[in-house]
Design a binder for this molecule. Structure first.
Ligand code: UDP
Length: 239
């Protein structure tokens, strides 16, 4: 259908949480994401790496806000992303996908360490790569980690799946401003100068400096993840 592509998908941790209970992981949602990824990969030649967030379990700023050491609290957040990556791995394998979790914090009994060349080799062998523990450094987010990994593995595009009900980049927050309009495409410079919240600023400037386009789309409606991965022009392209 379309040419060969290598992409990184950033999936926020909160997207995996249950909307109807206190559970940090909703098995039904995780299964649906896994199914849509499997469907997209049977439709086209797609090398896919996923950076999984951890906000459904812990965020470093929460601990720091109540007096914890920031680096310790961030490490807790990174460990949360490993739990999410393992859940997604399990669901993907149930859908027949060969996968590898690569962690930025070594835990040899659980997953392989992140090694750039090994990540690329897994992709070439048609395995879905799941990046866990962000980039392994406190004070960063998984958005920035996704951008870094995408550049390292020379991905064509970074997909940023949102979960807050906003399906792209708008001129203002559409949840508060009825006149807000969605951009089909926007430049990095405009995102920065207009202070539009797409990803954190570190991630945006990294992508700008490295010429890495970002497609922002709503992860939550049924079928959207499959459509985005299949190359449909949904959401907003930042480049
Ligand atoms: N984190 C970190 N370094 C990284 C990636 C993540 O310290 O390279 C920590 C940080 O505390 C963050 C938490 O892990 O709050 C969970 O990641 P994030 O907030 O990006 O998850 P998401 O919002 O995507 O669910």
């Amino acid at each position: 259908m379309s040419e060969h592509r290598r992409v990184v998908l950033k999936m926020s941790g909160e997207a995996l949480a249950s909307a109807s209970s206190d559970e940090v992981l909703d098995a039904g949602i995780v299964e649906r994401f896994a199914r849509e990824i499997a469907e997209a990969r049977t439709e086209l030649d797609l090398e896919l790496a996923v950076m999984v967030g951890g906000g459904n379990i812990w965020r470093g700023t929460v601990g720091a806000g109540v007096g914890m050491d920031r680096a310790t609290s961030d490490t807790m957040g990174m460990l949360g992303t490993v739990i999410n990556a393992l859940a997604l791995q399990d669901a993907l394998e149930q859908h027949g996908q060969d996968t590898r979790v690569l962690t930025a914090i070594s835990m040899a009994e659980v997953a392989e360490p992140y090694i750039r060349r090994r990540a690329i080799r897994h992709l070439e062998k048609d395995r879905v790569v799941l990046f866990a523990a962000g980039m392994g450094n406190p004070y960063f987010t998984t958005d920035t980690s996704a951008a870094l990994r995408a550049a390292e593995i020379e991905a064509d595009v970074l997909y940023k799946g949102t979960h807050g009900g906003v399906d792209g980049v708008y001129s203002a927050d559409p949840r508060h401003d009825p006149k807000a309009t969605r951009f089909d495409e926007i430049s990095f410079r405009d995102v920065v100068s207009k202070d539009l919240r797409v990803m954190d600023l570190t991630a945006i400037t990294f992508c700008m400096d490295n010429g890495l386009p970002i497609r922002v789309f709503d992860l939550m409606p049924e079928g959207n993840l499959r459509r985005a991965l299949s190359g449909e022009l949904i959401g907003t392209l930042v480049r």
